[in-house]
Ligand binder design. Structure first.
Ligand SMILES: Nc1ncnc2c1ncn2[C@@H]1O[C@H](COP(=O)(O)OP(=O)(O)O)[C@@H](O)[C@H]1O
Ligand SMILES: [Mg+2]
Length: 250
């Protein structure tokens, strides 16, 4: 689904990202971990067209993402959920989802948009997938932090993204919310490719059924199963071993 080679990003002469190779299978759930400043968010910025790389290629379903705008990339089926929730706080959950659905259809059609039964149905379906079916008429600003994150995931889902990029979804969540978010991401990866950046190793353990990629100073230190990565001496030295670098619950 995604095939990256020699991808590099520099900020003022400093290399923030330098990936020689990164591959993601269809419907794979990949977790990316690594210390602060490792280039994880920058990687997602490049994939969604927010940041232009200095060199490299990133093929998504056979088409290069590099040089395309954020809008073009979203249309190609790459959806991004940012680190900070950015829902419309004053609107209901339903209306936030409705806007998500409109965004996909583009400006012109949204001007003439009439809420058909099937659209309303689709919103309900997606709300159910993210555990918000009982909050459809709540004001988004009154949701818990976790629920806002789920709402954002739902908005990305409504855009029919094939690949979802999710940056630190569990940050600031309660244990129960974290658990439900993990289950949700595993569920999503049955139908979508998912790349998740995460710090919370307890959460990583819950969702990492496939490969974990460890990014350090913009480069891939290693890739493997959760257990392989957790027990890798280089990973322990660069990331897990330092107190407070990797957050572990309990
Ligand atoms: N817009 C930017 N301008 C300049 N430097 C940046 C910018 N975005 C990120 N960086 C730098 O790039 C490096 C990687 O950052 P980032 O991708 O946010 O890391 P991570 O998400 O792994 O914590 C850091 O050194 C950061 O300071
Ligand atoms: Mg980050």
């Amino acid at each position: 689904m995604l095939s990256i080679s020699e991808l590099s990003v520099s900020f003022g002469g400093v290399k923030a990202l330098n990936l020689s190779k990164f591959e993601l299978n269809d419907k794979e759930l990949r977790v990316i971990i690594g210390p602060n400043g490792a280039g994880k968010s920058t990687f997602m910025d490049v994939l969604c067209g927010k940041t232009a790389p200095s060199s490299g290629t990133a093929y998504f379903n056979g088409e290069d993402l590099i040089g395309k705008s954020e809008v073009e990339i979203a249309r190609m089926g790459v959806g991004r959920k940012f680190q900070k929730p950015s829902v419309f706080e004053g609107l209901t959950v339903f209306d936030n989802l409705l806007l998500g659905l409109k965004a996909k259809k583009g400006f012109l059609s949204s001007m003439f948009f009439k809420l058909a039964d099937e659209e309303s149905q689709r919103i309900r379906e997606v709300a159910k997938r993210v555990n918000l079916e009982n909050e459809l008429y709540s004001i988004a600003g009154s949701l818990s932090h976790g629920q806002k994150q789920w709402l954002e995931i739902a908005i990305v889902l409504l855009q029919d993204s094939d690949l979802m990029l999710i940056d630190e979804p569990a940050a600031g969540m309660s244990d129960a919310e974290t658990e439900r978010t993990g289950a949700l991401l595993c569920e999503l990866s049955k139908e979508n490719g998912v790349i998740v950046i995460e710090h919370d190793m307890h959460f990583v353990e819950q969702i990492a059924r496939e490969k974990v990629t460890v990014l350090v100073r913009g480069e891939i230190l290693t890739e493997g199963s959760f257990d392989e990565v957790k027990n890798n001496q280089d990973v322990i030295d660069c990331y897990l071993g330092t107190p407070n670098s990797a957050q572990t619950r309990k």
